[in-house]
Structures are given as C-alpha cells and as structure tokens.
Design a protein around this ligand. Structure first.
Ligand SMILES: Nc1nc2c(ncn2[C@H]2C[C@H](O)[C@@H](COP(=O)(O)OP(=O)(O)OP(=O)(O)O)O2)c(=O)[nH]1
Length: 199
C-alpha cells in the first residue's frame, strides 16, 4: 500500500522526536519562514499569542507545501504570560532570567499545528496548556541550568517537561505532546484519514 508522503516543516528536535516515536514516516525540512519578522508584524496588529502560533504554523506548512507533494505539517508554539507573548532566549543567562520571571506564575503554552497540501491549509488545531511554576529556590535553578545547559535554549519556556523540567511545576494542565510542541493524537487521526498512516 502506497502511503501519502508526509513532510514536517520544522527544525525542532522535539517535534521530530515526537513524530518519529509515534511511528510516522516523514521528512523534516526547515520552513525558511522569517518567524521574527512575521511575529513582529502580527504583534503590531495586536494578534493574540494563541493566534500568532496558529498563523506561524500555517505560514510554515503552506510555504513548504508549495515545493513538496503530499501533506506538510507546520507547527508553532507561543508562551503566553498574562497575555504577553514571551519569546525564546539566546543565552543561559537569559534562560535564568526567564525562569525566574515564570517562577510562582501560571503561564500558557499555545501549540498550533496546520497541515497544508499544494499551498493550501487543509487542517489545523491549537491546543492550550496551563502550567503553574512553583516557587523554586535559586539553588535548584542554578543546578538545573548547570545540568541541562544549552538544551534549554531550544525550548520556548527554557524547560523540557519530559526530563527534569517537570520539577519546575506544581501543576500542569494540558496535553503532554502539545506542551512538548506537537499536538499529536488529532494529527494522527487526520493523517490516517488522508492515507498517510495505515488505519
Ligand atoms: N524538548 C522539549 N521541547 C519543548 C518543550 N516545550 C517547548 N519545546 C520546544 C518545541 C519547539 O522546538 C520550541 C517552540 O518554539 P517554536 O514553535 O518557535 O519552534 P522552533 O523554532 O523550535 O522550530 P520550528 O519553528 O518548528 O522549525 O520549544 C518541552 O517541554 N520539551
């Protein structure tokens, strides 16, 4: 049986791991979307963090789908702290400041996925998780950053829920896969419907 080809328009190692571990055959390519410019334009129009994630996921999927056949998955995740979009950081010092900013607060992660085909979006989902960060000690924070290092810079919240990052939280409300960056179960259902997975 010939399956519909699947492309993941993402450089995210977390997203690639999730899809691979789920048994989906796919190729990963960078989307080439200038996310910073797109984000700035959206925020200038007061687009909400949730809708920024949705719009960016669509841009990535649609752009790559004009060059590749089959189904193209685009994804994006935004961190929303009291309605303000919080961006990724570039250095471990900034990661430390970010985690201190999240300490004792509840923040939301908006995880969007869009599937596109031949330049058109044909399916989308946005899942929002709420995460409550406990009042961790600076001693804990320093050893966490020491142990995890640069890996933290890949994640929008400077944490990895699937490893020690889970120690940051006193409450996590939302889908595990969505928090890692790829709402999965609904996506798998769609892939089956479109012949990309054996039903
Ligand atoms: N391993 C791990 N990664 C996480 C977690 N939470 C968020 N992330 C990652 C997933 C994404 O790679 C990143 C969200 O940033 P973006 O949506 O901008 O994606 P990114 O630029 O990494 O890749 P992409 O735009 O898809 O090429 O944060 C987590 O708990 N564990």
């Amino acid at each position: 049986m010939t399956l519909t080809p699947v492309t993941l328009a993402s450089k995210s190692s977390a997203r690639q791991m999730i899809l691979k571990n789920a048994g989906v055959a796919f190729e990963a390519v960078g989307s080439g979307v200038d996310e910073d410019a797109a984000k700035a334009a959206l925020l200038a129009e007061d687009v909400t963090p949730r809708d920024v994630a949705d719009a960016l996921a669509e841009m990535k999927a649609v752009k790559v789908s004009t060059k590749r056949s089959g189904l193209v998955i685009g994804a994006d995740q935004t961190l929303d702290l009291r309605g303000k979009l919080i961006d990724k950081v570039d250095t471990l010092d900034e990661a430390r400041a970010r985690l201190l900013e999240l300490r004792g607060q509840v923040h939301k992660l908006h995880s969007a996925v869009v599937v596109a085909r031949d330049g058109q979006p044909i399916w989308r989902i946005v899942e929002t998780a709420k995460l409550s960060v406990r009042p961790f000690s600076e001693a804990w924070l320093d050893q966490y950053i020491e142990r995890r290092g640069e890996a933290l810079l890949w994640s929008v919240g400077c944490y990895e829920l699937e490893s020690e990052g889970v120690q940051l939280f006193d409450e996590v409300d939302g889908d595990y896969f969505a928090i890692l960056g790829l709402p999965l179960v609904g996506l798998l259902d769609f892939l089956r419907l479109h012949g990309a997975l054996v039903a």
